[in-house]
Design a protein around this ligand. Structure first.
Ligand code: SF4
Length: 394
């Protein structure tokens, strides 16, 4: 093994940019690992020749699992043998990304033994991403990971590894137990996670409230967002302190309310609770003055995704309030109905949100045995997302 086997003038330039760790960390790993060293070499060549030297090389994986490993091969293996295979391994992360240092050291020690030593914490699905290993190291790597209680995450056309915000573990705003829901769904849907059987990927993300720190509304086919049913409790003395402290309550809070359900006359803040859409904006601005009250549960939303077949989509509300208590049978039952309909009608590589756009919200709701609600109107006074039937208009 040798440090800096390659001259890397182009990569070196990146180290003066906004994301220097991309190069710096590969250099650190290269000091003790041949694969990481050859990664530097092949990356420099890619930049120099302005073309990629990675190719799709077919399916790789571990016995019994259909997903969890993403095959990656170099098209110049003779020049860079250390990255001839450079497969990515997804390891199921803990709920809310809580780890002990012992657990992290264990993962890193295993990865130093079987892979490049390079990791990405975490991938956009949520998994721990172990970057770069060879085909013949996959089975022993998996055996060692699973013997210590770790498991692979999802990849391909399957339920992807569910993820959630830190929820009640650290946050006072959690209105559902994101950590337990996430763990429970991960256990319940092991088969769907490890054996790709769907038209395409399906992501589940759980946020404890509408502040949505995990961006579930933009990134998950199923967004579970904690919410409340009671009124917003107002401490007028604390409201006064915000005003005295210089906050322009009308501009920063009342004026930003999406449903215009708040008012402030300089003395008293009022909320018309039946018209509140529970977006959390006012609460996150005036944390000491405002507090949601129970009962607590979650809003269930469906359909977000990044651009692919059609453009980016955000999730839509399908259930405004669902009580969520273990064992979450009501939620699992709904998920199963969604999957059955998508599995029946989805085209290859069509996400569930795209299928809803193609076949209509009405058909989706009928399949899921849900009633239409006003929140399902896609754009007011234009094409409704939900088309009422003749007999529903009476
Ligand atoms: Fe807290 Fe809400 Fe963010 Fe979860 S989404 S961490 S509950 S503020």
């Amino acid at each position: 093994m040798s440090q800096n086997k390659y001259e890397t003038p182009l990569l070196d330039q990146l180290e003066s940019g906004p994301f220097p760790s991309f190069v710096t960390e590969i250099k650190r790993a290269a000091a003790k690992n041949d694969s990481a060293n050859d990664l530097l070499g092949v990356l420099e060549r890619c930049f120099k020749e302005r073309k990629t030297h990675w190719k799709h090389g077919g399916i790789v994986g571990v016995r019994g699992y259909g997903g969890g490993v993403i095959g990656r091969y170099s098209d110049v293996p003779d020049d860079f043998p250390g990255v001839a295979h450079f497969h990515t391994v997804r390891v199921n992360q803990t709920s809310g990304f809580f780890y002990t240092s012992k657990a992290l050291n264990e993962i890193c020690d295993i990865w130093d033994k079987y892979g490049s030593g390079l990791t990405n914490f975490h991938g956009s699905t949520g998994d721990m991403i172990l970057l770069g290993t060879k085909s013949d190291a996959l089975e022993p790597l998996f055996a060692e990971l699973s013997s210590r209680g770790w498991d692979l995450g999802g990849s391909g056309s399957c339920a992807r590894t569910p993820s959630c915000c830190v929820g009640p573990g650290r946050c006072e705003w959690a209105m559902c137990d994101t950590l337990d829901i996430n763990y429970d769904l991960t256990q319940a849907f092991q088969d769907e996670l490890h054996r790709p059987m769907f038209p395409y990927k399906f992501k589940i993300k759980t946020a404890g409230c509408a502040a949505d720190c995990i961006a579930s509304v933009a990134r998950a086919d199923l967004s579970i967002v904690g919410t409340w049913k009671g009124n917003i409790q107002i401490d007028q003395a604390e409201v006064k302190k915000y005003a005295d402290g210089g906050m322009d309550i009308n501009a920063e809070v009342v004026g930003m309310c999406p449903t215009k359900c708040m008012s402030y006359d300089g003395n008293e803040l009022k909320v018309d609770d039946p018209n509140c859409s529970r977006c959390m904006h006012c609460i996150t601005k005036m944390t000491k003055a405002l507090r949601p009250t129970g009962p607590f549960g979650a809003t269930i939303m469906v359909g977000s995704k990044a651009p692919f077949v059609i453009g980016a989509l955000l999730s839509h509300v399908i259930v405004p309030f669902m009580p969520l208590e273990p064992p979450y049978d009501n939620l699992k039952d709904l998920i199963q109905k969604m999957w059955d309909w998508w599995d029946e009608h989805g085209k290859n590589r069509e996400r569930i949100g795209e299928l809803i756009v193609r076949r209509g919200m009405r058909e989706f709701l009928e399949a899921c045995e849900l009633d239409p609600i006003p929140q399902m109107v896609f754009e007011p006074r234009r094409d409704p997302f939900y088309f009422w039937k003749e007999d529903e208009l009476n």
